[in-house]
Ligand binder design. Structure first.
Ligand code: ZN
Length: 231
């Protein structure tokens, strides 16, 4: 009952971290510095880790080491709006240029390598197919295939878990509330970061961000739905 959470410091991976802490006896986290345009997400990671354990003594006992891996090579070989200072646009098939080719595949491969060394079995990621941005590496089939490839390639029985796969953004807010009550929702608002532009000087009821980029719009839309269903 051990898990490694792909933890970026965003809303989804923070909700996944809480989900793992509620289920597994030992939970470690892994993050990647791939020279994303804005490092603010990475900076928030340690804040979230130190705050989330205050919500539940059992969570505090379960949360173990953090691993931050340097994946600068990914930033070097990709020309995307996540790694270069260029405008966010979509191609003719609707795929936005915030898509970093190979990113989740590399993340899971490296996470499995760390899990192999650390004796962790469950690999947990916040990918979601419901209202995702059209990223092919967030699809359920991609990640199921990834699990098979990792287990064959490393002779292991890793379980790739994606608890948000079939939730929309409103459901993700509700899941946070179910797992950690109002305090976790408050932590997601205050400490997690989703905005593609790295904006943290503007505060909305759903958290910090520019309010206009696709990540902010998804987050704000989910918040609106979550709040509307509450009353
Ligand atoms: Zn934004």
């Amino acid at each position: 009952m051990t898990a490694l959470v792909l933890f970026s410091g965003g809303q989804d991976s923070t909700t996944c971290l809480a989900w793992a802490l509620a289920r597994f006896e030992r939970v470690e986290t892994i993050g990647f510095d791939y020279r994303q345009r804005h490092r603010v997400e990475l900076d928030q990671r340690s804040i979230i880790r130190s705050e989330i354990v205050k919500l539940d003594p059992q969570w505090a006992a379960r949360l173990g080491d953090d691993h931050l891996l340097d994946l600068g090579i990914l930033g070097e070989i990709s020309a995307t709006a996540m790694t270069r200072d260029i405008a966010i646009i979509a191609d003719e098939k609707g795929l936005p240029n915030t898509f970093v080719p190979g990113r989740n595949l590399m993340f899971f491969t490296l996470a499995a390598a760390v899990a192999f060394r650390r004796g962790l079995r469950h690999l947990i990621g916040g990918m979601c197919e419901t209202d995702y941005s059209g990223y092919p590496d967030c699809r359920d089939d991609t990640l199921k295939a990834m699990q098979v490839a990792l287990n064959l390639g490393m002779e292991k029985n890793f379980v790739v878990e994606t608890p948000l796969m079939w939730l929309d953004k409103g459901d993700t807010w509700r899941l946070a509330e179910t797992l950690g009550g109002k305090a976790l929702v408050e932590l997601v608002i205050e400490a997690t970061h989703s905005c593609y532009l790295g904006e943290r000087s503007r505060k909305w009821d759903w958290g910090y961000g520019c309010g206009a980029c696709p990540a902010c719009q998804l987050r704000a839309g989910g918040w609106k739905k979550y709040r509307a269903e509450k009353v």
